[in-house]
Design a protein around this ligand. Structure first.
Ligand code: CA
Ligand code: CA
Ligand code: CA
Length: 232
């Protein structure tokens, strides 16, 4: 009984604590066995463990071992300067918490990050979230993204950076040879705005406009971006 109420209290406290930093954490069961990129912190409390994950933008979830108080922050991509250990464990003593974002589901999971970033920065930010810059394979997907994320009061034009977003499409390696970055596949379906693409080798990244059409754009300008992933 003490164990249960103590556990609920800690979980609740953690949720409240993390909500203040606009993150929720979900308690997951420990079915997964491989956590290839973990940073370990010995002798932590569960709250300290939650705090390091909250404050580390590379951390997507954390594992806390109730027995030895080891905290493992799980990353999806290598963070420069950190050394990682391979963790393989299915262990009753291990608690697993995932940092939650409001992914929108439509066959895949999508998350619109309104904070603006260059295309390269946006690519890394999506990777940190175990996802990739959105890849658009149909008119339905293009229209759905625009309707879902850009239909705000102030989005009647493209002038606001958060009413338009980076996708993973680009022709950075070969002018005119458009690829989806994550899957490294040639883009077959396209939804260019009339007279686009027009930037030749000065515009190499594909921007999703607020009407769902596409524009080639200079990769270095800051725009919002949409991350996609297949599974939660
Ligand atoms: Ca897609
Ligand atoms: Ca180009
Ligand atoms: Ca253009």
């Amino acid at each position: 009984m003490f164990q249960t109420s103590h556990y609920v209290f800690v979980t609740l406290f953690l949720e409240v604590f993390c909500m203040q930093r606009s993150f929720y954490y979900s308690v997951l069961d420990i079915e997964a066995t491989n956590f290839p990129l973990t940073v370990s912190y010995p002798n932590f409390s569960i709250l300290q463990c939650g705090t390091v994950c909250t404050e580390d933008s590379f951390c997507t979830e954390f594992l806390f071992n109730k027995t030895n108080k080891q905290c493992n922050a799980v990353h999806c991509v290598n963070k420069p300067g950190y050394s990682y250990q391979f963790l393989s464990s299915k262990n009753d003593q291990l608690l697993r918490f995932r940092k939650d974002l409001n992914w929108t589901y439509m066959g895949h999971y999508y998350y619109h990050v309104e904070k603006t970033a260059t295309w390269e920065e946006a690519k890394l930010e999506c990777q940190k979230l175990c996802s990739y810059l959105v890849e658009i394979n149909s008119k339905d997907e293009s229209d759905w993204l625009a309707a879902s994320f850009f239909m705000k009061d102030n989005c009647d034009s493209n002038i606001y950076p958060s009413c338009t977003a980076w996708t993973g499409g680009n022709d950075r390696s070969t002018e005119g040879g458009y690829l989806w970055d994550h899957s490294n596949t040639l883009i077959s379906f396209t939804n260019w705005y009339p007279e686009e693409p027009n930037g030749r080798d000065s515009e190499n990244c594909i921007q999703l406009e607020n009407d769902g059409s596409w524009n080639d754009r200079t990769c270095d300008i800051p725009l919002s971006y949409i991350c996609e992933k297949n599974d939660i």
